[in-house]
Design a protein around this ligand. Sequence first.
Ligand code: FAD
Length: 335
Amino acid sequence: MDLKQYQDVWVFIDCFQGHPKDVGYELLGQGRLLAEALKQKCCAVIIGENVDEAIKGATEYGADIIYVVRGEEYANYSADAYGHAFLELCEKYHPNTILIGATANGRDLGSKLAIRLKTGLTADCTALSVEEDTGNVVWERPAFGGNLYARILCSETRPQMGTVRPGAFKKPQKCQNKLSVMIREDIRTKQEDILTKVIDFIKAKDESGIKLEEAEYIVAGGRGLKGAENFTMLKELADLLGGSVGASRAAVDAGWIPQSKQVGQTGKTVTPKVYIACGISGAVQHLAGMTESDTIIAINKDASAPIFEVADYGIVGDVFEMVPAMIKEMRIAKN
Ligand code: FAD
């Protein structure tokens, strides 16, 4: 394989019913850094029926080229239709690198593409860089339960591919007056070739309020909360702050809060302005999902809990005294 034939960094802009998810824009920021290091272009790939919002966003977040595939068969994600369209694009334009958000759809699409393109895919990367002498992307990700970081190379094949969780990187600054080149490709997928069909969308019960990945303030609870009923006070504090409630895996495993609220290696990666960890010890797997928060406040009655090593402000105390006191202060401040 002549690796030099493969040019440009592609970012998949994952959309739901025409609305782009933030992760696509977060990856355009990383794609730009990789493209600059490789001296190549940073490109967005948009597949859908209503694509206008995504095209506008990809331009604002700095894509040099935007590849657009449009058709009613792409209204909802399916591996068959999206996989077919994306593969046709790859076969025509030979991208060097492909970045995909590790959403449910992104994980599905990434694995399908990697198999069909006979190339490597590194999942859930937390840092990306380029090896100067080879042009290989260095895909960094936690391994062995978060106890070490693996640096993975795809040195023999192209494109080199990776998925990144939503929230792992911040969105870049919007570009002023960016002019992107748009390439529309008329790739159609026959209905009979789409084996899975979306019949309906049912909103999950816990999906109300601000999404965890998008919240600027997160109040997270762990085993120290001692029961599901005590998450009510965390919700109250989160509401006063205009934020969302998160949790450790111990709290999720105990059935106190849904899995969608789990922060960490096997949960969500979050980067809020403020993360308040209540009764959470700070296991490496939990830290993997929240250490990029701007400010971390930890409340734990054990002064030697590892969470204090990453906390900007540590409160050695009882959550059942500290959280109600914070709620009281917040209420006074708001009135
Ligand atoms: P504990 O470790 O039991 O800590 C509870 C803390 O509460 C203690 O520090 C205690 O001092 C404090 N406390 C108790 N009572 C009070 C009180 N009244 N006031 C104040 N503090 C109090 N974990 C995650 O969170 N997210 C993940 O994504 C994740 N993925 C994992 C993946 C793998 C492969 C593995 C092996 C584990 C994973 N874990 C994950 C589990 C992780 O190792 C820890 O077991 C978990 O994070 C512990 O949760 P915790 O801090 O709530 O509980």
